[in-house]
Write a new protein. Sequence first.
Lengths: 131, 497, 458
Amino acid sequence: MSEIPEDLKYTQDHEWLRIEEDGSVTVGITDHAQEALGELVFVELPEEGQDVGKGDACAVVESVKAASDVYSPLSGTVSDINGDLADEPEKVNGSPYEDGWLFRITPQNEDELEGLMDTVAYEEFLSGIED
Amino acid sequence: MADTPNNTQLTSIAAGEKLIFEQHARHGSRNFTPDAAPADIPEEFLRGEEPGLPSVSELQVVRHYTRLSQLNFSIDTHFYPLGSCTMKYNPKACNTLAMLPELLGRHPLAPEQFSQGTLQCLYEVQEMLQELTGLVGSSLTPMAGAQGELAGVAMIQAYHKARNDLERDEIIVPDAAHGTNPATATMCGCRVVEIPTRSDGDLDIEALKAAVGPKTAGIMLTNPSTLGVFERQISEIAEIVHEAGGLLYYDGANLNAILGRTSPGAMGFDVVHVNLHKTFSTPHGGGGPGSGAVAVGERLKAHLPIPYIVKDGEQYRWADEQDCPGTIGRLSAFMGNIGVLLRAYVYMRMLGKDGMRRVADYAVLNANYLMVALAEAGFDVAFGERRASHEFIISVKSITRETGITAMDFAKALLDYGFHAPTTYFPLLVPECLLIEPTETEAMQTLDEFVDAMVAIREAAYNDPDSLKAAPLTMPVRRLDDVRAAKQPDLVWQAPE
Amino acid sequence: MPFIPHTRDDLSAMLSRIGVDDLEALFDEIPQSLTMPGLPGVPEALCEAEISSLMHERAGTDGRPVCFMGAGSYDHYVPAAVWEITTRGEFYSAYTPYQAEASQGTLQVIYEYQTMMAELTGLDVSNASLYDGATAFAEACLMAVRANRKAKSRKILVPRTVHPYYREVAHNIISGQDIELVDLPMQDGVADLSVLDQFEDETFAAIVMQQPNFFGNLEQVDALTDWGHEHGALVIAIANPLSLALLKAPGSWGSEGADIACGDGQPLGVPMASGGPYYGYMVCRQAIVRQMPGRIVGRTVDIDGKPGFTLTLQAREQHIRRSRATSNICTNQGLVVTASTIYMALMGATGLRQVASASVNNTRSLVASLTAIAGVTQAFGQTSFNETVLLLDRPVGPVLDALAAEGILGGVDLSEFYPELGNALMVCATESRTAAQIEKYTAVMTGVMAGEGVQAHG
């Protein structure tokens, strides 16, 4: 059963969000997602300063057998990206919620946080799609 | 571990063949072409250092590449039931006759009086393909299935544009489609709209009705589908799409299942690509060259890629922009993979009208027989209540759940039994699947041996799974570290310092 | 029944096991309304002897005229060993090497090929081939737009001296993605550097150079490469790979070298064969390798630590990435690449240099003889390589007809491609052309130009 931390929000594309103290939002992929992909060999991140819309494909996580788009859960501007992943993409597998974070956004529209799932909802969502 | 007699030959070869660059360098003794005086070219254009190419003798080259060839599985040496690839026997005559010196030595731009033999063969290929697909025009230039798809989508776009119907930029693709279909749609600047397949293998018609509209350029389908079953609603699908103003594209990958029995034209398709390296037995060559000739109905004739061959009286010639002003243009520097097309021509003439029909008859017979035999042996057949076309899917998901042995493990273990694995990476819709296509050129005894091997592997899955995780054991290499290959790419040999 | 091994007994045993009475039953899911009555337009089967006879007859009709044509397809000698080994069943009838353990032969050949192409071009990573030179060029354009995000441009600057069919094909393939090829004019048979100023205010994703260019002339590749880089563009080199045995590698063009090299591999051991199958090659800088389409083979180790080869970086390809793939390419030109690899191994750098030099020398020798004839002059004052453009004092067509009547393919009439050049004929003499053949060409041409009975030929 995958790990689903309590303090995060989740999307249907298996991304998590953490709202930081300064109002920025950190984004990564969930334990379920990293497990399904297998060991990551490459991560393509957006550029700092890039504007993203909610639902835009802005990053790519690549394993040997799959390459998945990561969609921005919110509209805003990319404020930071995880530089460690260039040399150590496997951090996403080992620590999807901590060291394996992907990028941070300065959100433009607080309302967009409404539609996201909490831990319980994501857990239900996962059991719906797993056999 | 059961007997694996087919692979003793492979293991007796010292695998770990050095690279050609690591062979002991030898000088001179090269006499393929006359010696030449150095060319007089100004220094500024010349390279400083010689390129690091091998410097070895002819015998070294012959030995090296012959030994490398012996490390391969091939149709000539092994049963190769790769679903969706149609690995049928490649008749030797096709190769020999396509490589007659006059045919091989012909320059692509040679004038018509030195081309009538070649052009006549190609014209007859066009005619036969049109007959087999039930369509009225064709072009042989696309160089592989994916290029045929590109041509097809481009022709559909040209059709709409010519009618000033400028809003249509959506291509509908079933979720079971081969990856080239959505990739092609994107390459042409279209949006991909995916629709689901039902659990009985047919397309979800309600979803299709919801998806078509004024933005629909067309739909890309194959029939039988990638799930190995005939799309029974095809006439209804054609009607729905045509009524919405879209056109139908047929991916010919599975043509082997219906050759001479039914045709994409009869089903309502507007454009088709044919994979000559599948249905018409041209060699797979370790990854090509193929040929993705396209055939079209009346609506799209005006947009065919050039050049194609026309007959003026008794003379054959290439048609160009003048003959076809609405053409989508040239897709190849010259005329496509002519050598491949000539091989297909020889094959088609050797089959003749009766032979063509027998292809589908026996391809489908072999597939249904193998499906029934595997089902009787206890394997889960996806869509077992349907007829198999020329291929079918078994799923080992229940075995995976109980033993941890996956479809990939089966594939690796089959190698030790002397069988190339069926397709495992596709279709994505059926987890832990094996897509199996025996083709018509395999004998019943081979199919029985394959079933025996599958049964033996399943037994090992329950009794000795570690032996399967360790497979293959008898190949020149064992399982390779894919992750390392991607993370520490070693793509070019470097001379040691 | 050709190629079908079933006996009558096999057939009944199989039908019975399936549980049907006849073959027809297996097709019962196909609606009756869709069934074909037969194949009236397809002829009856021929046995192997009959088709052999027919093909010999057809080939005989085409004959073997002496070839002085180039324009992207060259009559180079291919040593016997090349296709003997290439058409071995284990190479010929093998599939794409997805199951690496069963395909080490093919994979190692491709790895060696990739290495050889990197050596010839002086760039870092090669793919396993694309369809041909023209489509490789189209893919290079798409790749440059993807890779050069900084430029934010969908325009590519292309000299008119690049092969006209390559430009046409690239346009047809890339225009669906709103990418535009912008013409750089030519002057005296090469790209006109003096007009580069007019592009100062434009941004290009890439600029392109073909070396030798379509006319066989050598371009100022260093100057153009540097201009491109100074203006934020990537540099795409289209190079005849055989010429790279002699000419400066694209990786050494200008101060930084080109970014992508592509072209057609036909000159390396591939017969002219009416235009195909050839193959497109592509080699690029390490930094942009993830944007490169096509298959790539990498060396790794197996679980015993033994070295082995496998397809890698596959996540970019259609079977995984689907609509977001770098290209839709699947089947490429594997067997032809195998032949080329064997050819390069047989010839080595020395052999290739000999072939390239002989081609240059023979073409110059032909040009010297022909321009000694009144009414025949050189079109350009450039250094040319393995082909050259001549100007005639009369239309080219009838002259070529007269040569054809003597079994000579005299060259390529350029009037359909470059009408502004006038009566332009492009001639090419590879290492396969003998002194005697050049003499005969000269003799016939002399007769034609002196007005001695030009025979009209169909």
